[in-house]
Design a binder for this molecule. Structure first.
Ligand SMILES: O=P(O)(O)OC[C@H]1O[C@H](O[C@H]2O[C@H](CO)[C@@H](O)[C@H](O)[C@H]2O)[C@H](O)[C@@H](O)[C@@H]1O
Length: 254
């Protein structure tokens, strides 16, 4: 078993957890792995695929990766992970090997939006367009001074496309289908026979994770863990992804 690296602080300390009674929801970027300069630049620790396999076994299949990334992308980052994923912020779901995409997935309108955002990024050095099956992201991490331009462009696209909403995440703006969210997907999953009665546990770092953190901590009496600084409705906090991985290893040892 891997040696824990030692969390710098936990606020307050996380309790012991019987994984066989838990439903474990894990965000990816900024939670399992450190943020990087570009979407493709994240470094996934070599032990991560094995950690996911062991968590999936310990929860008897109640491990779910909850991410803004497409299922195919996060699965590749996790070394060919085939388990449960809420992807594209809830616009794609894979449970028990079966994938349910949103009706707008790979639609003409999504492709057109992707083309337009790519063309905009191509004429604005430092901006990065990231296409998804259900939307598109415009990243300004390399050029924070271009945030107003990035916002103005995506806001104009949002205004012209009534089926899409504009969302802000870490150094990025994203267009995604209306009515989807991580918390809606988690709530739906927790109502299924396989998950009902389990203690929900959710780790997340971003504003897009807050509604689910608040729901898990405030209404479910579960464990909601905010990763990193910032205001939160979570009931626990860890400082960084390395501390998250250590905590998961500790629960696996119990
Ligand atoms: O829900 P998550 O798993 O946290 O995914 C959220 C978004 O993560 C990625 O963007 C963020 O991470 C990048 C790599 O560290 C970083 O460069 C960027 O600034 C962050 O916003 C991903 O690219 C998005 O598709 C996800 O929605």
């Amino acid at each position: 078993m891997a040696e824990p690296h030692g969390a710098k602080f936990a606020d307050p300390e996380l309790p012991d957890l019987d994984l066989s009674r838990a439903a474990l929801f894990l965000d990816f970027d900024g939670t399992l792995v450190d943020l990087a300069d570009t979407p493709s630049g994240v470094a996934v620790p070599s032990g991560m695929p094995d950690l996911m396999r062991r968590l999936d076994a310990a929860t008897d299949g109640r491990l779910v990766i909850v991410t803004g990334r497409p299922i195919s992308v996060v699965s590749q980052f996790l070394g060919g992970y085939e388990g449960n994923v809420i992807g594209c912020h809830g616009a794609e779901e894979r449970y028990d090997g079966e994938t349910n995409p949103h009706p707008l997935a790979e639609s003409d309108v999504v492709h057109r939006l992707g083309d337009m955002v790519e063309a905009f990024a191509a004429t604005h050095e430092g901006l990065i367009a990231e296409r998804k099956p259900t939307g598109v992201v415009l990243h300004f991490r390399q050029v924070p001074e271009q945030e107003p331009d990035a916002y103005a462009f995506l806001h104009a696209l949002e205004t012209a496309h009534e089926d899409f909403d504009l969302h802000h995440s870490k150094m990025a703006y994203e267009l995604r289908p209306k009515g989807i969210s991580k918390d809606a997907s988690i709530k739906r999953m927790m109502k299924t026979a396989a998950f009902a009665g389990r203690c929900p546990v959710f780790f997340g770092d971003d504003v897009t994770d807050e509604p689910a953190l608040e729901w898990v901590a405030g209404q479910q009496d579960g464990l909601a863990v905010k990763v990193g600084p910032g205001e939160t409705g979570a009931n626990y906090r860890l400082p960084e992804p390395a501390a998250v991985r250590d905590q998961l290893e500790l629960w696996l040892e119990d």
